[in-house]
Design a protein around this ligand. Structure first.
Ligand code: AP5
Length: 216
């Protein structure tokens, strides 16, 4: 099963992907995490992505598409994957459809997590991420048990440089100009289900699991 989590920056894609991956026993593939890990390891890919991520714009398709397609064609994704942060424009969506079709596979369901703009800004402003396992926290909504430390792995928590207010504005602009077009793309393909992304994390998870399970 291949599931896409679609939504604006801060909609909760990363938070929900972790739960959904555990529930459905699928691999979680997050493009932003792949880029950040590459940067942490100072690879060429990471350094290339850095300049775009810092500005809040999309990393060029020729870099991103190859990286993601290589990842989802690895054996651990044979049973499917949850895609978080990819595709992000129509070109990426077409490349994904074409590549999966060559393996007689297809995207099964696209979950569009809808959250109001003011809520997105508040979530990103208070977010802390684990440097080791990438688990997201929020200083008010979901604080760690010990300040500055990840509950799961004990890793150090940090604030993403692209969560600064000016970069968040740019990321939202890019989302509405490029990524939101995918709502129409996947609606026409009969694959999109809209889920309300506000409320308790557990409530949103339950809505998403129900939307995936009842996928026809
Ligand atoms: P990426 O890392 O993918 O960032 P994003 O899409 O902007 O999404 P976020 O990680 O900011 O938000 P999220 O929806 O995962 O929310 P989260 O669960 O963390 O991409 C970063 C950059 O990489 C891009 O700008 C681009 O440069 C590049 N990139 C990535 N993919 C690319 C692609 N395909 N093509 C080209 N470039 C690409 O939650 C946010 C906060 O809210 C957390 O603090 C969380 O604890 C809290 N929260 C979550 N759910 C709730 C809830 N229900 N109630 C209250 N708080 C909640």
């Amino acid at each position: 099963m291949y599931i896409i989590l679609l939504g604006a920056p801060g909609a909760g894609k990363g938070t929900q992907a972790v739960t959904l991956a555990r529930e459905l026993k699928l691999v979680h593939v997050a493009t932003g995490d792949l880029f950040r890990q590459a940067l942490e390891q100072q690879t060429e890919l990471g350094l290339q992505a850095k300049e775009y991520m810092e500005k809040g714009v999309l990393v060029p398709d020729e870099i991103t598409i190859q990286m993601v397609l290589e990842r989802i064609l690895m054996p651990d994704c044979d049973g499917g994957a949850i895609l978080d942060g990819f595709p992000r424009n129509v070109n990426q969506a077409r490349a994904l459809d074409e590549r999966l079709a060559r393996q007689s596979r297809a995207i099964d369901r696209v979950i569009y997590i809808k959250v109001a703009r003011e809520e997105l800004i508040s979530r990103l402003g208070g977010r802390w991420i684990c440097r080791q396992c990438q688990a997201p926290y929020h200083e008010v909504n979901s604080p760690p048990k010990v300040a500055g430390k990840c509950d799961r792995c004990g890793g150090e928590l940090y604030q993403r440089p692209d969560d600064m207010p000016e970069t968040v504005e740019k990321r939202l602009e890019v989302y509405f100009e490029e990524t939101a077009l995918l709502i129409d793309y996947y609606t026409r393909a009969g694959k999109l289900v809209e889920v309300a992304g506000e409320g308790d994390v557990a409530e949103v998870s339950a809505r998403i699991v129900a939307a995936v399970r009842h996928a026809g």
